[in-house]
Design a protein around this ligand. Sequence first.
Ligand SMILES: [Zn+2]
Length: 216
Amino acid sequence: MILSSRLLSRFPELVHGFTTRTMPNLSTHSVMTLKQIHSSKVVIVQKQGSPSEEGDALITRQPGLLVGVRTADCVPLLVYDPGHRIVSAIHAGWRGLISGVIESTLQCLKKNFNSNFSQLQAALGPALCPGCFEIGPEVAGQFKNKFKDHLTISPGPNDRSFVDLRKGCSLILEESGIPPPSIDVVPHCTACEPELFFSYRQGDHDERMMAFIGIR
Ligand SMILES: [Zn+2]
């Protein structure tokens, strides 16, 4: 099964999807991916190549080329610029989110392709829900530092707390100027729904889902 975003499905020129565990891994021959390192590094892709390059976001405007990220708990984020027909796939785990992977991708879109943020369309895929993303004080401090009071950090047992990772991603997108109606959330939780998804925190250390996007 492949999930799709209602928002991105409105664009007939797009191909996109979020795979689940019930679907065999898409071959890396058909989707261009990177060696993901939880960074803010963005790579502009012009043709199908070896996935040996490191980075956590891909951008392309090449029709027929799919770009993708692999996740199991981290947030897969797909972005489309319909005016310039440019697509992007972003791997936004908490480290990437804190280090600014979303901001650097948007800046790259603006700098290289003159993207206007108010026209961008974004879809956040299956990831940990706020009740499943439990963090320690050190990570909570990093969230507090980045988001100040805009993102709720809910206290849990002992020194643990909980954060809504996708909400953090949405806040960055909104603060950059993407209107909230242009931000879609595919609401599934990778840890709460083990029949549908792989979850790193639930012990799936080798398996990943794929989020992909491309222009036909
Ligand atoms: Zn959950």
